[in-house]
Design a protein around this ligand. Structure first.
Ligand code: PLP
Length: 486
């Protein structure tokens, strides 16, 4: 019998799809059966996989069995309610269903014509989200994969705004008439700002890091001074990246003052609100985006704190025409008769092809609703404030930064133990012991050269009992690390 050349037969697809949905539902329902961190060493997964590609097809049964046997034991479970590391996220049920559908449709939304629904749903869902965040209606939105890529596009647009330099056409290298370009961000900014500078020919030397105050917020006075000094020395300042919710401590830069400076100096203001920006969905948290209405662009990540599966980053700008000018390049075979009437999203960035990401955002926004989403984010903030209060009340611990959102920075600091090196060593061992339980997962950062533990709450399954359990484990492990402590 000649094997058929078609796809997985429909009957089989149906059978395995039903099976898989059941497995996914079981997995999510029983997530606490799994250790949040796997007990594996580097290479453990790889050595179980054949080094040669399969010559003949294999049955779906065997493939699925290997998911259980090889893949699951090597997973760090981001769905686990005890995942408190980095920024905790959620691929919610409606988001997973939207993702399934977008995989099935498998469109490429590069042009309006290549899938009108994809372009138009993207525009509508991003406008809904804009309203939920309280941003001005001039803000035009587009979906990219990650905040890093959103910020790259922001800085590319900022560079394009320097029209006299004609960088799009002439490039930057080997041109004596082009001054060195300077971009400003705080010492606490995300590494994606540096990466964008590397990519765009600004170079790391073109990124000036502005010092922060005691709450880890950019100091506007220092920013203004840096710009003046740079101008005197022949640099061409062009962009400022402020952060709402920095990655280490979730501090909020004073955007109103920074916006003032940018307006005065004619600089593009981009706001990185990858995590913290989403809190503005909660009406009483709107203040975190104060001043952002004056920004030229902003990013916030629905895949971080809006329960949408990775990846989906929302980018807004009040100057889409500059973004378009930076990137639009239309080969003949991609011209359509609707080009004058529609937005072709390929014109607004580096990538040509685009997944139908808006579907999962649409599912999430509709299923939970604005109120439902706000209630969930509010709960995370409440849990974090409770945890911060427990830290503050315990003489063996101290909080290392303000807690404006749902992420707490703290360390063990037992009385009479004040030597910084010893404290760093202690906290490093403490984190190792905590994560060594495989029951909870926390991460760390370094602030003023101090080793600091971070506990971030952002998963829909995380309840008060999980945060309480984490607190019990942290205190138990401190007793193990320092025998005799009370
Ligand atoms: C997480 C984060 C990023 C990076 O997000 P990606 O989507 O992974 O690129 C950038 N900036 C801030 C402030 C973040 O918290």
């Amino acid at each position: 019998m000649t094997p058929s050349l078609g796809d997985l037969p429909s009957e089989e697809f149906r059978r395995f799809a039903h099976q898989l949905v059941d497995r996914v539902a079981d997995y999510l329902e029983q997530i606490e059966k799994y250790p949040v961190l796997p007990d594996v060493a580097p290479g453990d997964i790889r050595t179980q996989l054949p080094s040669l590609p399969p010559t003949l097809g294999e049955s779906m049964e065997t493939i699925l069995a290997d998911v259980d046997r090889i893949i699951l034991p090597g997973m760090t479970h981001w769905n686990h309610p005890n995942f408190f590391a980095y920024f905790s996220i959620t691929g919610s049920g409606p988001g997973i269903l939207g993702e399934l559908l977008s995989a099935a449709f498998n469109i490429n939304g590069m042009l309006w014509k290549t899938c009108p629904s994809a372009t138009e749903l993207e525009q509508v869902t991003l406008d809904w989200l804009r309203q939920m965040l309280g941003l001005p209606k001039e803000f035009w939105g587009i979906i990219y994969d990650t905040a890093s890529i959103s910020t790259l596009h922001a800085i590319a647009a900022a560079r394009e705004q320097l029209m006299d330099l004609q960088i799009r056409e002439q490039g930057l290298a080997g041109r004596a008439e082009v001054p060195r370009l300077r971009l400003y961000t705080s010492e606490q900014a995300h590494s994606s700002v540096d990466k964008a500078a590397i990519t765009l020919g600004i170079g790391l030397a073109g990124v000036r890091k502005i010092p922060v105050d005691e709450g880890f917020r950019m100091q506007p006075k220092a920013l203004a001074q840096a710009i003046a000094e740079d101008r005197r020395q022949g640099w061409r300042p062009f962009c400022v990246v402020a952060t709402v919710g920095t990655t280490s401590t979730t501090s909020i830069d004073p955007v109103p003052e920074i916006a003032e400076i940018c307006e005065r100096e004619g600089l593009w203001l981009h706001v990185d609100g990858a995590y913290g920006g989403m809190a503005a969905v909660v009406p009483e948290m709107r203040h975190v985006l104060a001043g952002c209405d004056r920004a030229d662009s902003m990013v916030t990540n629905p895949h971080k704190w809006l329960f949408v599966p990775v990846d989906l980053s929302a980018f807004y700008t009040r100057k889409p025409e500059i973004l378009r000018r930076a990137f639009s390049l239309v080969p003949e075979y991609l011209r359509t008769s609707q080009d004058h009437q529609v937005e072709n999203l390929m014109d607004y960035g580096v990538q040509l092809g685009r997944r139908f990401r808006a579907l999962k955002l649409w599912f999430v926004l509709r299923y939970f609703g604005w109120e439902g989403i706000a209630a969930r984010i509010r709960k995370h903030i409440q849990l974090a404030q409770d945890f911060a209060a427990w830290i503050d009340a315990d003489p063996n611990f101290e909080r290392m930064a303000p807690t404006p959102f749902s992420t707490i920075c703290f360390r063990a600091h037992p009385p009479h133990m004040d030597e910084e090196e010893a404290l760093n060593h202690l906290n490093e061992r403490l984190l190792e012991a905590i994560n060594g339980t495989h029951e909870v997962f926390l991460s760390h950062t370094r602030l003023h050269n101090r080793y600091v533990l971070r506990l971030a709450i952002g998963n829909l399954r995380t309840e008060e009992k999980h945060v309480r359990r984490a607190w019990v484990i942290i205190r138990e492990k401190l007793k193990e690390v320092i025998p005799g402590i009370r």
